[in-house]
Design a protein around this ligand. Structure first.
Ligand code: EPU
Length: 421
């Protein structure tokens, strides 16, 4: 298992190019199942999760050709309408094939993902919505089995805001007969990006980016192309890194209009920020100032930024209160940050962080993707060496993070562990 060895205390200076967004690329790759032709997708990040999605699609019979940052998918001859447990258990986003499969082929068999490190994460809203669209759903041997002749448009009000739930139902509704309205829809930019990709393929969707999405079903989609949006969480992660470690970074290839909530918090911390159409520059001198935060659905502060922003607060001047409202168990990094000398008291969904002047390097264990990013940031400021173990979590969602950090002055290297057979 690979690890990251970080020698902390270096300031960051230089330019980082932000990759395509994981959480937009995954649903957009799955949308290829709706198309009886070729779908060219650009700016696809090279990640473990995009590899897993391509493997999932290939097993179903989707042909894929990867070249220069993009992939061309051809789902004209899908033969296998199943997502098996061995892949779904490694990536919950696999549930995103359910809507497209049942909409186009009238049948799907997708393993239930099971629990996960950050919370229970049920998929009841995906199922409820598909049932409203006329699918018959059974749970058989751990699999969601969905059947429908042709889905029919319906009005769906989700019980809570769900990102992949909204995406799954939007993809299903694209081929349903008549109009579908999704109320209480997620407003995340990744939902908008998926809607734009679907429209490029012939779908009729309006309202994406609001909490009411209206989809006029069409009988078939056609081939097309789309460029995946920039990863706002990767951009936010690098901004937290410079806020904690100090220095000056310029992020290119990013979409500052998707970063408002994170930029507001980091300005409060004292990060000086300038933005242009597709860049952000940020500089920090001295210690950050503590800031409170509460995660919320977009346009609120992303839960996917909570661990990284906590890392900034760990070394800030003052005390902060961090409240996680989206997932019930997303404080697993607290124990590990404490091992680096952070002073954090977490009770339920609230953590009180008393900033300390310095952290001290230690061996820490990554528990999930964003927790890993938080630990890397803490390692960048800690005195001495920090070894972050289990970075396969990080590889799921960050493209060459250690190379990007090293290119702006961090002392960070991947330590490969050879497994003896
Ligand atoms: N929920 C239900 N029932 C459902 C669906 C969701 O109870 O049917 C609950 C969840 O348990 C959670 C809340 O609703 O408490 C919101 O979950 P949501 O469905 O929005 O999360 P998701 O779609 O599974 C996506 C991202 C996550 C991100 C969340 C929240 C992708 C592939 N994943 O997950 O990203 O944290 O939205 O913004 O888009 C990550 O990238 O590290 C990551 C975990």
């Amino acid at each position: 298992m690979d690890k990251l060895l970080i020698h902390g205390g270096r300031r960051l200076n230089g330019e980082v190019r932000i990759s395509g967004a994981k959480n937009a690329a995954l649903p957009i790759l799955c949308a290829s199942l709706l198309v009886p032709g070729t779908f060219r997708i650009d700016n696809v990040p090279a990640l473990q999760d995009t590899d897993t999605t391509l493997k999932l699609l290939e097993r179903m019979g989707v042909r894929s050709v990867r070249e220069s940052g993009g992939v061309t998918l051809d789902a004209s001859s899908v033969t296998h309408l199943e997502a098996a447990y061995d892949l779904v258990k490694t990536m919950r986003a696999s549930i995103l094939v359910l809507g497209p499969l049942v909409a186009r082929f009238g049948e799907a068999r997708v393993s239930l993902p099971g629990g996960c490190a950050i919370g229970q994460r049920p998929v009841d809203q995906h199922i409820k919505g598909l049932q409203l669209l006329g699918a018959e759903i059974d749970i058989e041997h751990g699999y969601v089995v969905a059947r429908a002749k042709r889905l029919r448009g319906a009005r769906i009000v989700t019980d809570m805001v769900t990102v992949t739930g909204t995406e799954n139902l939007m993809m299903a509704a694209v081929l349903a007969e008549g109009e579908t309205v999704i109320e209480n829809a997620a407003r995340e930019p990744e939902v908008v990006d998926l809607a734009q990709a679907l429209v490029a393929l012939g779908a009729r969707i309006r309202g994406a980016g609001t909490d009411r999405i209206v989809i006029e079903g069409v009988s078939a989609l056609h081939g097309g192309s789309h460029r995946v949006m920039s990863d706002r969480i990767e951009a936010g992660t690098f901004l937290c890194a410079v806020a904690a470690a100090g220095g000056e970074l310029r992020l290119t290839g990013c979409q500052p209009d998707t970063l408002d909530a994170t930029l507001d918090k980091l300005r409060e911390a004292g990060l000086r920020i300038e933005t242009g159409a597709d860049w952000v520059s940020a500089s920090m001198s001295g210690r950050p100032k503590a800031f409170n935060l509460r995660t919320a659905p977009y346009p609120g502060l992303a839960t996917d930024m909570q661990a990284q922003l906590m890392a900034v607060n760990c070394v800030a001047e003052g005390t902060s209160v961090i409240t996680e409202t989206i997932f019930e168990n997303r404080f697993m990094h607290v124990q590990e940050m404490s091992r680096l000398g952070a002073d954090i008291d977490a009770q339920g969904n609230t953590a009180v962080v008393r900033g300390v002047p310095a952290l001290s390097g230690a061996i820490v264990m990554a528990t999930d993707l964003r927790a890993s990013a938080g630990l890397v940031i803490a390692g960048l400021v800690a005195q001495g060496d920090t070894l972050v173990d289990r970075i396969y979590h990080l590889d799921r969602g960050y493209e060459r993070m250690e190379r990007k950090l090293a290119s702006v002055g961090a002392s960070i290297e991947r330590v490969r562990t050879v497994v003896e057979s």
